[in-house]
Ligand binder design. Structure first.
Ligand code: NDP
Ligand code: RET
Length: 312
């Protein structure tokens, strides 16, 4: 019980209710995303389940509606491995919703065999980082109009092993699936910090947080037999998806957290990040390179956080 308690601590104790609030959760058809969406719905928010498999999403939406009594749980198609799908999702959302108060960038892939997204990005970097970068870019005006509003980027402790190799961002020169995951999770933290810096400077009322959800019994390990085996052996000790959702919920809901925008959280507390994750130069360069890859202007937040940089 002590080991389980140690590995499963951190509970979102906020009692805030969310009537009239709108939330988007990516990868909400299973695991941590599903539990995050369920809790937001329980508190009365209108929740969009942004899923690549709409059928799976619809089943989960029905389940959440039944469990929470909240009928405002909607499913929309979002494939983060295809920028066309991301743009289509955002277009429809912007047309149908006046507000967006909470964006949870939760979806993720881990340890996939080498593969590329529809736009030719390495799968981990493409889905976990670039997909969410583009989605946030497309939804940011709505978040600003709805301020105070929040963005939560689900990263991982695994970022400690990550490095941003700008000369090999698409894994074409060398590739190791476990490390590719770690690099993308580092990118989530660097994006969080850079976005927070720019949002703070523009006084937008939008705040942003990265989180490590803990080691959670979910489908994330689907691509690795070894990880599935480790997860099975330790399934009694690791977090349930509901426990894994607590830190995302804490960052989305806790009152007074605005001053900690840009911070990384684990077990509902501010957590230490690696030296690379605190490197502002790398964060700015990753921002610029991400914009360049996605074909969006580097100054989409209307301010320059630091001196003019080159993309090389
Ligand atoms: N589980 C853990 O121990 C840890 C998890 N995390 C992070 O938590 C987050 C949630 O993971 P978790 O719940 O554990 O894993 P799951 O595999 O259970 O859930 C991942 C979700 O992401 C979705 N997804 C994957 N690829 C895409 C895509 N191209 N477009 C849209 N959605 C996609 C999946 O959809 P589908 O079902 O259709 O595949 C699924 O809904 C991830 O970002 C992960 O990196 C961080 C640290 C530890
Ligand atoms: C060795 C060991 C464990 C393995 C932990 C691992 C392998 C964690 C991997 C985390 C990942 C991949 C995070 C995703 O972002 C457990 C299960 C905690 C139980 C105690 C002993």
């Amino acid at each position: 019980p002590q080991i389980r308690k140690m590995l499963s601590s951190g509970v979102c104790t906020s009692t805030i209710q969310l009537p009239g609030k709108v939330a988007v959760v990516t990868g909400a058809n299973t695991g941590i995303g599903k539990e995050t969406a369920k809790e937001l719905a329980r508190r009365g928010a209108r929740v969009y389940l942004a899923c690549r498999d709409v059928q799976k999403g619809e089943l989960v939406a029905r389940e959440i509606q039944m469990m929470t009594g909240n009928q405002q749980v909607l499913v929309r198609k979002l494939d983060l491995a295809d920028t066309k799908s991301i743009r289509a999702f955002a277009k429809r959302f912007l047309e149908e919703e006046k507000h967006l108060h909470i964006l949870i960038n939760n979806a993720g892939v881990m340890m996939c065999p080498y593969s590329k997204t529809a736009d030719g990005f390495e799968m981990h970097m493409g889905v976990n980082h670039l997909g969410h970068f583009l989605l946030t870019h497309l939804l940011l005006e709505k978040l600003k109009e709805s301020a105070p509003s929040r963005v939560v980027n689900v990263s991982s402790l695994a970022h400690h092993l990550g490095r941003i190799h700008f000369h090999n961002l698409q894994g074409e020169k060398f590739y190791q699936s476990g490390l590719a995951y770690c690099h993308s999770k580092l990118a989530n933290i660097l994006f969080t910090q850079e976005l927070a810096r720019r949002l703070k400077a523009s006084g937008s009322g939008v705040t942003v947080y990265s989180v490590h959800p803990g080691t959670v019994n979910s489908e994330l390990v689907r691509h690795s037999a070894l990880m599935r085996w480790i997860w099975w052996i330790f399934s009694f000790f690791i977090k349930t998806p509901q426990q894994g959702a607590q830190t995302s919920l804490y960052c989305a809901l806790t009152e007074g957290l605005e001053v900690l925008s840009g911070n990384h959280f684990s077990d509902c507390h501010v957590a230490w990040v690696s030296a690379q994750a605190r490197n502002e130069t790398v964060a700015r360069r990753l921002w610029d390179v991400s914009c360049d890859l996605l074909g969006i202007p580097v100054d989409w937040l209307m301010m320059a956080a630091g001196p003019k940089r080159s993309l090389k």
